[in-house]
Design a protein around this ligand. Structure first.
Ligand SMILES: [Zn+2]
Ligand SMILES: [Zn+2]
Length: 295
């Protein structure tokens, strides 16, 4: 098993300096759960380098409350040093820890060439592509009343359509390798009557771009109380032969490799025997199940 989606510090905690010791603790916890390799995938928006490149992308937002909310969120987050993060993970790799260097990258419409230009300067193994916001609306920010209020102001079918289109556009840019939490739009529990069309489009986006799709336990820790992707979407990914990764999306040590046994069960139920790992942004297939760790 893999845990290919990990953050080194929780949201709301600022300016954490990454250390090899913390990466080692993540690797140890993952190993105890039968996970053979992890990817550190910090949010791009947590780094000052992203601030310099993308600051003000909310300026075209017509809703002043949403624009102000995004500016506050950005100011809280875009503070760490990408160079220090990369150096730390590379040092952990060099020390022999089973870790690869990744990043979780949001979709910035019309700006992905610039984002790719920034990221090309670093030796990433894997880049996750995520849609956490539509325009500037952070539809998954469960603790933000401005963001959550939008769910009652918008039509759920339209939100799913917007989300699916953003994922299609992100995939088409070729900037990233893995579609992270592919049906994150369900996070707060709002679902269309018929999600199948969106599911089919997400599968086609992965197939056409060559991206893998992530199978994540994080949804079990959210109001939707279901893994990403939903059973119907996972069945479609498996049937189409889309490469898969497994992930916890932990933001702190206790959630590392969360429910990896349940994820292994989901893969087995769909006849999935290999997972997609990455080296220098090239996919490598590895066995989905690793032998049990000796006590
Ligand atoms: Zn995410
Ligand atoms: Zn994440």
């Amino acid at each position: 098993m893999l845990d290919y989606h990990l953050h080194l510090w929780p949201h709301g905690q600022r300016d954490e300096a990454p250390t090899v010791e913390r990466v080692a603790a993540y690797c140890h916890a993952a190993g105890e759960a039968g996970v053979s390799e992890v990817a550190l995938t910090e949010h791009l928006f947590r780094f000052a380098q992203a601030d310099r490149l993308l600051r003000g992308f909310w300026d075209t937002e017509p809703d002043p409350a949403l624009a102000a909310s995004m500016r506050r969120y950005w100011d809280d987050h875009a503070r760490a040093d990408l160079d220090a993060y990369v150096s730390c993970v590379l040092a952990a790799k060099e020390a022999g820890l089973p870790v690869v260097l990744g990043l979780e990258v949001d979709y910035y419409a019309g700006r992905m060439d610039e984002v790719a230009g920034l990221l090309a300067g670093y030796p990433f193994d894997v880049l996750l592509g995520s849609v956490h916001w539509l325009g500037t609306w952070r539809f998954d920010d469960l603790g933000d009343p401005v963001s959550m209020g939008q769910w009652s102001a918008r039509d759920v079918d339209a939100v799913w359509e917007d989300y699916t289109r953003a994922m299609e556009e992100l995939a088409a840019t070729g900037a990233c390798d893995v579609l992270a939490h592919p049906d994150l739009v369900k996070v707060a529990g709002h679902r269309p009557v018929a999600p199948e069309e969106c599911w089919d489009r997400l599968v086609e986006a992965a197939r056409a771009s060559g991206m893998a799709a992530e199978v994540s336990s994080a949804g079990w820790r959210k109001p939707v109380a279901e893994a990403y992707p939903a059973p119907g979407l996972l069945a479609r990914f498996a049937a189409a032969g889309i490469p898969l990764t497994t992930a916890s999306d932990a933001h702190d040590l206790p959630d590392v490799a969360d429910r990896s046994a349940e994820l292994a069960g989901l893969l087995e139920a769909h006849g999935v025997r290999t997972l997609r790992a990455y080296r220098g942004r090239r996919g490598v297939d590895v066995a989905a199940r690793t032998p049990a760790v000796r006590p």
